[in-house]
Design a protein around this ligand. Structure first.
Ligand SMILES: N[C@@H](CCC[C@H](N)C(=O)O)C(=O)O
Length: 312
């Protein structure tokens, strides 16, 4: 029996997602379904899957509604391996672009739209063709003591000599940031295998590798601290961008730079550039593009069969 599922495909700086609308909370997608849909050969392909569901349908969504009664829609985010993640910075921009496409959101006149996520409410507004997200409160997982102690994690990575010290940043989801000295080190990383992090993070981590660059200015005269970044995402592998990771990277580099560090950062990833701005009260804003590239239907039954079929 066929089971047609409507989907869209979108990306933010080439961090790509399968998007499905489930306004009546009828779709019970299993981790296997997510793996099949995001599979790049047997499925549609994506770093993750995002389901649009009313916040009222999920306990985490109801918690978001208690904070912000206008957070009508909830971003149910899954990594490509089928695991659940608390938050996705590129994903939430693409989520809002998808809501606009579905006629469920109107961001005209600089209006900010509240979205429920497992990491809390995120507010998104449009800046022309870019989307700016108030990413909520961040914290150094090991506190400021981690800075004083020479950071709180150690990372071993294929393609990089020895063990490197790293700083853990909580963006609602976990991040471990490693500073590298040169572009050659960054380009030489082999991120096809999972970096070894010690102490082992209880819920896994996303690992960002950064090379800070000399300060520059944006068009408006603001001092900007550019950073190059590559990332190995928990539940995915290397991706071409990570929004929460870009925030973690900018926050770590700013913390290392100390007083006088710029409050605006451009983070250059293999898939493009995002902007990170420090806000008062330990909050941070992420801005970048959100693009929808395809709309279609997929036969879930065929997809499941295709992923599991063995050669005769
Ligand atoms: N690509 C995302 C982060 C997605 C979740 C991550 N893999 C995790 O497990 O925490 C982003 O843009 O933030």
């Amino acid at each position: 029996m066929t089971q047609q599922l409507a989907f869209s495909k979108g990306h933010g700086t080439q961090n790509d997602f399968v998007l499905v609308a489930d306004p009546d909370d009828q779709l019970a997608l299993t981790p296997d379904d997510v793996r099949a849909l995001t599979d790049r050969r047997a499925g549609i392909g994506g770093d993750g899957l995002i389901r649009v569901v009313p916040s009222s349908a999920l306990p985490e969504g109801r918690a978001a509604l208690a904070d912000a009664p206008d957070a009508q829609w909830f971003m149910d985010y899954r990594n490509a391996d089928g695991s659940i993640a608390e938050m996705c910075g590129n994903g939430v921009r693409v989520f809002v672009r998808f809501l606009e496409h579905l006629g469920l959101a109107d961001l005209a006149d600089g209006r900010a739209l509240a979205i429920g996520t497992r990491a809390g409410v995120r507010r998104v507004r449009r800046e022309g063709d870019q989307y700016a997200v108030e990413m909520g409160e961040w914290r150094l997982t090991g506190g400021t003591q981690a800075l004083a102690d020479g950071y709180d994690a150690q990372v071993r990575t294929t393609g990089l000599d020895g063990v490197r010290v790293a700083l853990s940043v909580d963006m609602g989801n976990p991040h471990t940031v490693v500073a590298l000295a040169t572009d050659a080190e960054l380009d030489g990383l082999d991120l096809t295998s999972i970096p070894e992090v010690a102490p082992v993070p209880p819920a896994g981590t996303n690992v960002e590798y950064v090379v800070p660059r000399a300060e520059t200015h944006d068009g408006g005269g603001t001092t900007v601290g550019p950073v190059r970044m590559r990332v190995h995402e928990r539940g995915v592998g290397e991706t071409r961008s990570c929004g929460t990771g870009a925030c973690a990277a900018a926050l770590a580099v700013a913390a290392w730079a100390g007083a006088g560090a710029p409050s605006t950062w451009f983070v250059d990833v293999p898939g493009g550039r995002v902007r990170v701005r420090m806000l008062p009260d330990q909050r941070v804003e992420l801005a970048g593009p959100a693009v929808l590239v395809a709309h279609g239907h997929v036969d879930l039954a065929e997809l499941r069969a295709g992923l599991t079929s063995e050669p005769a």
